[in-house]
Ligand binder design. Structure first.
Ligand code: HAM
Length: 415
């Protein structure tokens, strides 16, 4: 049979078909389990928020806000945006629901879809999934190390090898002032030579120029935030490194790592995997000690990260996944079909997965379907069985068949 349609999924989105869904579900189960082992509490947030939220928290100068958001107006003329990242929503929820009253330290995790209008390519989609963890209330570098460890544990449980950790510190508003002054004077005469984005960033957020892939070579001698850290930031970074050492976590200090979002302070980190090609960043995060205050929440330090699940899935070993079924009913006539339906429902109540024919198919076709569905057991009922009050129970692996009384406990007892 062949069907045709003129419709295709929109560029940059993905259909996840049944067999592939098994891999996704297994991965998500591993993520949830690990997040709970770290005592992160699950939160879920809306698909869209007011555009202003992202402008203010993700940051006006970021690529996300400048050119990647899916923004639209509702019927009341309000500007809304499909969430491009999770941190702004987490902060909004924390403030809106007064979660600060529930304890000085709050640990959250989420598995959510995100939307960014980027040029689609392998590992880069317009709709993608992230899991993220955010810890609000602690300024300790211990939390940063704990967050890093939780992500690495997920990668380990998924059997993904080869992910590397890069870390850096981009300081706080105090030490950054001096750094930005030096950076700007270094960049000033190079500007005509730098790309359009870098020229824009020069006035909006010059630190982001260090992140430019195009101009990397031209700015390799630029000053780096690490060389300008104040005593407090320096001590924080030293502690972060010592905790990573203590946990046996290998890392690389990448002094050019500044991350693409405006809210970071002090610690920043990213997880990369060379097997992913140009989109090699599996995840990233850092501290955002100023954001909650900036959003109206008083002086509240915080730290977090997010990992792209679509990118993780590209790294998972390919395994053929199959659905299976506990019972399939083969019925010789409609009366047997109705009787069998009742038995299937009782088996479902006991936790077994069951299915049956609903298209009056031949016995041969029903057996073929049982095979296609990977059924472990087939229940066969015909007129004889009905008269005797029994069923035929066939073990599909062994090919053995036996007669069993038409009684749910007896059937289960035979498995
Ligand atoms: P981010 O670095 O923008 O950080 O995104 C985190 C991860 O999401 C990336 O490392 C990547 O794996 C994945 N990702 C981003 N864009 C795409 C895309 N177009 N297609 C597929 N995957 C993508 C954040 O989102 C911050 N909210 C992380 C954070 C939480 N920082 C503090 N707390």
């Amino acid at each position: 049979m062949s069907f045709k349609t003129n419709f295709q999924n929109v560029k940059g989105t993905k259909d996840i078909l049944p067999e592939e869904s098994i891999r996704w579900r297994k991965a998500e189960d591993i993520i949830r389990k690990k997040m709970m082992q770290y005592n992160f509490r699950e939160i879920r947030f809306p698909t869209f928020e007011s555009t202003e939220l992202f402008r203010k928290s993700t940051g006006e100068s970021t690529d996300i806000v400048k050119k990647e958001m899916f923004t639209f107006e509702d019927m009341g003329g309000r500007s809304l945006t499909l969430k491009p990242e999770g941190t702004p929503s987490v902060v909004r929820m924390f403030l809106q629901h007064g979660l600060f009253n529930k304890g000085v330290l709050q640990k959250f995790y989420y598995i959510e879809r995100m939307f960014r209008q980027e040029k689609p390519q392998k590992g880069r989609y317009r709709e993608f999934r992230q899991f993220g963890a955010e810890v609000i209330g602690s300024a300790s570098a211990e939390i940063d190390a704990e967050l890093v460890k939780s992500a690495l544990d997920v990668f380990e449980d998924l059997n993904i090898e080869g992910i590397k950790l890069n870390i850096n510190s981009i300081g706080c508003p105090v030490c950054r002032k001096d750094f930005i002054r030096k950076l700007k004077s270094f960049l000033k005469e190079k500007l005509p030579d730098l790309c359009e984005d870098c020229n824009r960033r020069y006035s909006e957020n010059p630190m982001r120029i260090l992140d430019c892939k195009k101009d990397k070579e031209k700015i390799k001698n630029a000053p780096f935030p690490l060389d300008f850290l104040c005593d407090d930031c320096k001590e924080h970074f030293e502690k972060f490194k010592s905790y990573l050492d203590y946990l046996g976590i290998k890392f690389n200090i990448d002094s050019g790592l500044v991350r693409g979002l405006d809210y970071y302070t002090k610690t920043v980190f990213e997880f990369v995997h060379p097997g992913l090609g140009s989109q090699n960043e599996v995840g990233g995060g850092g501290r955002y000690d100023e954001l909650i205050g900036f959003m109206g929440g008083g002086d509240t330090p915080a730290s977090g990260y997010a990992v792209g699940i679509d990118r993780l899935m590209l790294l998972l070993p390919e395994e053929e996944e199959k659905y299976d079924l506990d019972f399939y009913l083969v019925a010789f006539d409609s009366e047997s079909g109705l009787l069998g339906w009742k038995i299937l429902n009782e088996l479902r109540d006991k936790g077994y997965s069951c299915d049956k024919d609903t298209m009056n198919r031949s016995i041969k076709a029903q057996f073929r379907e049982a095979d296609r569905q990977n059924a472990k057991w087939v229940i066969i009922i015909g007129e004889d069985e009905r008269d005797k009050g029994v069923i035929q129970l066939k073990n599909m692996d062994k090919g053995e068949q036996k007669e069993v009384p038409m009684d749910i406990e007896k059937i289960i007892g035979e498995l």
